[in-house]
Design a protein. Structure first.
Length: 139
């Protein structure tokens, strides 16, 4: 009986260590050549979505007059940058180009100041819900 318990304990520890090691991956493993190619195609196809999103951000913070002027300038700048990075990543997608990996070459969006940087994929125009539930009760 004692041998059986010892054998089961050793087997469980061995199986547990194999299962634990199986799910571990490096932090950069989410970026590969296919993600880089899809990111480049998305930037080329939907990079112009920066216009309405920038206009909406400026309109909510500074008003309609500022949105007309600054939204057009910033929207053009962000669209051209997205198209440039999309073209760059499309040409270099089979090769690890930026810091020896497939990460985006542009600075990603800052956590505290969302005006800085870019999201990995272009923004989505329209209403999108990021949560599958709501805390309010509708009657």
């Amino acid at each position: 009986m004692k041998k059986r318990i010892t054998l089961l304990a050793v087997g469980a520890l061995t199986l547990g260590s194999i299962a634990y090691g199986d799910i571990q991956s490096s932090p950069g493993s989410q970026w590969n050549w296919s993600r880089k190619l899809s990111r480049s195609l998305a930037n080329l196809a939907y990079g112009s979505a920066e216009y309405p999103i920038t206009w909406q951000k400026v309109n909510s913070s500074d008003g309609a007059n500022a949105a007309f002027a600054q939204g057009a300038v910033d929207g053009t700048t962000r669209t051209v940058v997205r198209l440039g990075y999309g073209l760059f990543e499309f040409v270099t997608f089979p090769f690890p180009a930026y810091k020896g990996g497939y990460r985006p070459a542009y600075r990603t969006q800052d956590r505290f100041n969302t005006w800085k940087g870019y999201e990995e994929f272009p923004p989505q125009v329209g209403f999108t819900s990021q949560s599958g539930y709501t805390r309010t009760q509708s009657w």
